[in-house]
Structures are given as structure tokens and as C-alpha cells.
Design a protein around this ligand. Sequence first.
Ligand SMILES: Nc1ncnc2c1ncn2[C@@H]1O[C@H](COP(=O)(O)OP(=O)(O)OP(=O)(O)O)[C@@H](O)[C@H]1O
Length: 246
Amino acid sequence: MSSPPILTVSGLEVDISGSHILKGIGFDVPASGVTALLGRNGVGKTTTIRAVLGLLPDGGRVTAGRVTFDGHDITAEPTHRTIRRGIGYAPEDRGIFAGLTVAENLALAERPGSAHHYDLVHDLFPELATRSGQRAGTLSGGQQQMVALARTLLNDNALVVVDEPTKGLAPRVVTEATEVLERAAERVPLLLVEQNLAVVRRLARSAVVLDAGQVVHTGDARELLADAERTTALLGVGSHSSNGAA
Ligand SMILES: Nc1ncnc2c1ncn2[C@@H]1O[C@H](COP(=O)(O)OP(=O)(O)OP(=O)(O)O)[C@@H](O)[C@H]1O
């Protein structure tokens, strides 16, 4: 028997400043592997993640629907409480403290009541150990992404949500980041927003595709990407396109 999903989103509706942005989103995130949240620009991927985490911008609110994490209703729960339940989040802008060192960024991410897996983090990202005293703002984009991912893996999380981790990275760094995500996914399920379909093909087991604030497809990620016509229809790009190597 397969285990229940770690996250279930159902009938989620969100308004931002009077605009109806999410129009009844529903999907499950399995308790293992990588689930890709896909769709063209502006369809509502980041808003979905932010609604799940209680991080909607000013003027944004959930008007209907439900979010269940690990058996608990977390709809409209304060973010700190949701995070304490065991969700790690690496936002699109990476959210690191540029003026603090790598070590300080990691220390700030230590969640009380959780074990802190520095061995794992330094095994996955040896560079973060050698650069522990360096200010995060002086790191390359790829290294900053490592810090963002490392912070999510430091604590005991039951789900890690990663928003566009390869955006703006050079192809070689995209490959490195993909390898790290692959290793991370062996330990914890990932919900991944990613535009680079080569990365999605390599990592994702299941795919959820949004369009105009609604789910228009759910299913096996590789099956979807193997169907070029369907991929183009849903995502507006060919299944072999990518903005970097993976
Ligand atoms: N703070 C905000 N105020 C007004 N509208 C917003 C705000 N944030 C998002 N939106 C609108 O909500 C819609 C969905 O945006 P969202 O960022 O969720 O899309 P996305 O699929 O993540 O896109 P991208 O791939 O470009 O990041 C867009 O039309 C966007 O303009």
C-alpha cells in the first residue's frame, strides 16, 4: 500500500489585491520523490507555494480551499507554525542574509526542537564548510543557492519546497544544483517549481501543471515530457528545450 501524500491542496482559491489569482487549485505531493509544479510564467506557481506556507503578499488572501500537511489542516496557519511542523522552503530570491557569513546563515536556520544535520549539509555542499567565514553576499549565484538549499536540509523536514532553484545559473552550475537536489530528494520529498525541463526530466517523478490559476494536468513527469505535443500545449515550450544543462 502506498503511503498517504505528505501535502494535499484542495480547492485553493486566492485573491491578491482584488484579482482572482488561484481558482480552485488541487493536487497531492507524494511522501517521497520530486513533484514538479510547472506552468508558463505568471500562471500561479509561486502564489500556490506562498499560499501553502502562509506567505501571501500584502493584499493577498485565501478565500476558499484547504491545505493539509502530514495529516494536519494548515490552511491559513501562521507561517512559523507551519514551518515548525517540518517544511523547509528555499524561495526564488534565495532569501539569504548577504551581510552575514555562510556559517551565520546556517546557524540562523537552526530550528529549535529539531536535530541539526551539519554533517549532511557539509557532505552535500563541501564548499560551504570551506567558505563558512565568507559573507554570503560575496558568493556566486550557485553558491548562494547552495546556502538556500543547505538551510532547508539542516533541520528534520518532512517536505522541502524549492522555487526555481536553477534560475539565472550558468549551465555548469545548473548541473551541480541538479545533482544536489537529486541527492536531497533521496532523503526528503521535494515540491519543486522549475522552468528548466531538462532538470525536471532528470529529477521529477510526478508533475502538476498550472494554467491561469488552475491545475490543467497531473501525472507522471517523464511521460508528460516524452509527449512533445502535449508538453508544448501545456507549457508553451518543446520538451527538449532547456535554459541550461542538467
Ligand atoms: N503581490 C502581487 N500583487 C499583484 N499581483 C500579483 C502579486 N503577486 C503575484 N501576482 C499575480 O499573480 C499571478 C501569478 O503570479 P505567480 O508569481 O504566482 O506566477 P508564477 O507561475 O510563479 O510565475 P513565474 O514563473 O513568472 O514566477 C500573476 O498574474 C501575477 O501578476
